[in-house]
Design a protein around this ligand. Sequence first.
Ligand code: GDP
Ligand code: MG
Length: 453
Amino acid sequence: MFDSLTKKLNETFKKLRGRGKLSEDEVKDGLKEIRRILLAADVHYSVVKKFINGVEGKAVGEEVLESLSPGEQIIKIVRSELEEILGGDQAELDLGAANPLPVMLVGLQGTGKTTTCGKLANYYSKDGKKPLLYSADYKRPAAREQLQQIADGNDFNYYKHQYDDPRQDLEELRQHARRGGMNPLIIDTAGRLNIDEPMLDEISDFTQILPEMKVLLVIDGMMGQEALNVADDFAGSVELDGLVLTKMEGDARGGAAISAREVTGVPILFIGTGEKIDDLQPFYPERMASRILGMGDVFSLIEEAEEAADEKQQQEMQQRFMEGEITMEDLDKQFDQLKNMGPLEGILEKLPGGFQLKDQLQQSDMSPRDIDRMQAIIRSMTPQERRNPEIIDGSRRRRIAEGSGTSRQMVNKLLKQFNMMKKMMEKLRNNQGMVQKMASQMGLGGAGGIPGL
Ligand code: GDP
Ligand code: MG
């Protein structure tokens, strides 16, 4: 998500860590570098200023400079300041605040409002809630159809409008939800290319009719500073309750997203990380800070792994993983699980130091299609070959290539990658101890672990 930013920050951290004692000047130089990196990553200048001042105030104190590992101390300070900038504690919608709680999504056209409505319905459904979807865009039938299709395709409740103006439907909508025991009430709105009066009037009318309404602004994470300006303008005209940042799977302009909360004063509630219905995550400032700083987001990873994995299989595999006895069969199963968990990049970026592995991954070009091919190759091997890939000589390679409809080069590549994976695992295994320590501290137990990548 924040790849290049993470990488650069880590280079600076390395320098700070590498020294025993730090002078005040050295700290200041380090901070100057961090400042430059943040600005280059498109973090808003006012946010950078506040951040650097915050860190500097705490970092140049005698206690830090006199401590045994001032570099570590400073990185800790950087982390906690970043967490503050991102919002401190996690913010959540309280569905109990009204029956039902209307949640309206506003924002410019194309930012992801309609998609996010569906994702939110999915998120709350999974949580045992019974959401109701409704589109207040009465001008474009296609916009309503888009939402209705999402609702129909996923078995979410959808309210069909009855009048010509959403203002007339809103009361009825609330009653309908109440009768059906539905909550939250997720309201999609028409976007515009620019913020204009009619849009703001509409938002304000809607919130007057349903005063318990929570208004979430959807911002496009790929828009960079421009998104921030829009968010700032919105926040100045409408009372916002939360932000949703979409398209956050890309690396492009992550800095703007970092600044969103600070610039608007409105908490980030969710982030969207793809076009699919499952690509929505609640926003945790603490986890995000770790991720940006390359310290990984192990908790999210554990949660995702638990959702995707067959626990017993996972435990067995982890056992072998710990013993360094990985086979092609494991790799095959692992590929299945990876496919369940979504893109590999997403997994690696949540591991401590995973951003480095991501580079290696990119060099090894493991796309989903590659994964399918590799599985075909593995499945063309005999059980013996899968367990002892070293026996796969030239003639076996030819046979496997033919059987899997691939080429000998591809078989060679897989075998090479298998060896590389083994090496990567060794590296990860060194992190594993830390991961488990953190997990058990959080009461997550050792069994979940990270998937045996
Ligand atoms: P709206 O005009 O605000 O309602 O925007 P839509 O919900 O129609 O989304 C516009 C486009 O953005 C669609 O192609 C969506 O699939 C895409 N989109 C929405 N959220 C995300 C996201 O988190 N990541 C990515 N990559 N695309 C997204
Ligand atoms: Mg829309």
